[in-house]
Ligand binder design. Structure first.
Ligand code: G6P
Ligand code: MG
Length: 223
């Protein structure tokens, strides 16, 4: 039985990947190497410091922990300069309607994101009020694929993991959902997100009825 839906933020509710890309690219250029869009895929769903490690690996560079913290801070300042200008129009199509449908049906809604900027983004797109619970990069210690972010969300909602559905666009996030023992819907391409219980391209035309349709089949983690 579906009692709660837990949403990732970046790539599910909003497309912030383009802003992360601009900011990481600027840092790479400052360090003297090129960062291309293809490599940006590797940063999806990955925490800020882990993203920096991947970036530096691409550039073949090494720095001290202190230098890395300063670089991550600098990248974040540029990233924030973009997201603070976001408007509700940047919410991905169909998301507000689907959230409203869940609320009307009494389904609980949580956010489960690695981003420390989640509160600001939800505020800018005017969706903060839709979430019963927000678990983000400020309240977790373990990054996806560790299930902490989703288990915390379920616990705060007071709902059993098996009655939660996670919506995720990143492979690490789908793994995290499965590790949490939750049903998982991939947002994106089936050839990339094959581990999800099922995959949809986005929320346009998506309804609770379509979400419920495959139930009560056991989720893949049980198979
Ligand atoms: C999400 C994004 C990642 C990002 C991470 C941390 O998972 O998909 O690309 O690195 O959040 O975001 P933050 O806003 O805290 O730097
Ligand atoms: Mg994501």
């Amino acid at each position: 039985m579906i009692e709660a839906c837990i949403f990732d933020l970046d790539g599910v509710i909003v497309d912030t990947a383009k802003y992360h890309f601009i900011a990481w690219k600027a840092l790479a250029e400052e360090l003297g190497f090129e960062f291309i869009l293809d490599d940006n895929e590797r940063l999806k769903g990955v925490s800020r410091m882990k993203s920096l490690d991947i970036l530096l690996e691409i550039g073949g560079l090494q720095f001290s922990e202190q230098q890395k913290l300063a670089m991550a801070e600098k990248k974040n300042m540029l990233y924030v300069s973009y997201i603070e200008k976001m408007t509700p129009e940047e919410t991905l199509p169909g998301v507000p309607e689907f959230l409203q449908e869940l609320r009307n049906k009494g389904i609980k809604i949580a956010l489960g994101s690695a981003s420390k900027n989640s509160p600001m983004i939800l505020d800018r797109i005017q969706l903060s009020g839709m979430f019963d619970v927000v678990v983000d990069g400020n309240s977790i210690t373990e990054a996806k694929p560790n299930p902490e972010v989703f288990l915390k969300g379920a616990e705060k909602l007071g709902i059993l993991p098996e009655n939660c559905v996670v919506f995720e666009d990143a492979i690490a996030g789908i793994e995290a959902a499965r590790n949490a023992g939750m049903y998982c819907v991939g947002i994106g391409k089936p050839e990339i997100l094959g581990m999800a219980d099922f995959v949809i391209p986005g929320f346009e035309e998506f309804t609770f009825e379509k979400l419920e349709a495959p139930f009560p089949f056991p989720p893949k983690w049980k198979a």
